[in-house]
Design a protein around this ligand. Structure first.
Ligand SMILES: [Zn+2]
Length: 137
């Protein structure tokens, strides 16, 4: 039996620290996203500053809910398919959002939209769009 290598002595605690750092990061990202959601839903903005695309994905928010100002429908955009750098702030995406229906009706890309909030899931019957709180207009 020789002396134990540093790796085997400290290995597990290094791994534990790395693991904790990873957890702390996603916790921090989650809190940043929650704070942004609360600001958007409770005060309707300002959208700036906002978490980044990468932060949102890391926090488990895979979707962004957007309201089209043309037809007033809510749509979700999957953040993992957005072709932007992961360091792009969420609010930067607002001007790239394009409503399919309105673009078709108008014959040009209709890009007037309003960011609603980050979501973990898509809009569906069992998981309806978020509404402003407190209360609708
Ligand atoms: Zn529209």
């Amino acid at each position: 039996m020789g002396t134990k290598s540093r790796k085997s002595i400290y290995g597990s605690s290094t791994r534990a620290s790395a693991e904790r750092a990873k957890e702390a990061r996603s916790e921090a990202d989650k809190l940043a996203c929650d704070a942004w959601n609360q600001r958007m839903l409770g005060y309707k903005g300002p959208a700036q500053p906002s978490p980044t695309l990468g932060d949102a994905l890391n926090a488990g928010y895979g979707y962004l809910e957007v309201r089209c100002l043309g037809c007033d429908t809510h749509q979700t955009v999957a953040l993992d398919i957005v072709r932007r750098a992961k360091s792009t702030p969420i609010h930067e995406l607002e001007r790239y959002m394009r409503c399919k229906d309105c673009s078709q009706v108008r014959g040009y890309p209709f890009k007037r939209s309003h960011l609603v909030a980050l979501r973990a899931t898509k809009i569906s019957a069992s998981d309806p769009p978020m509404t402003w709180f407190p209360g609708e207009r």
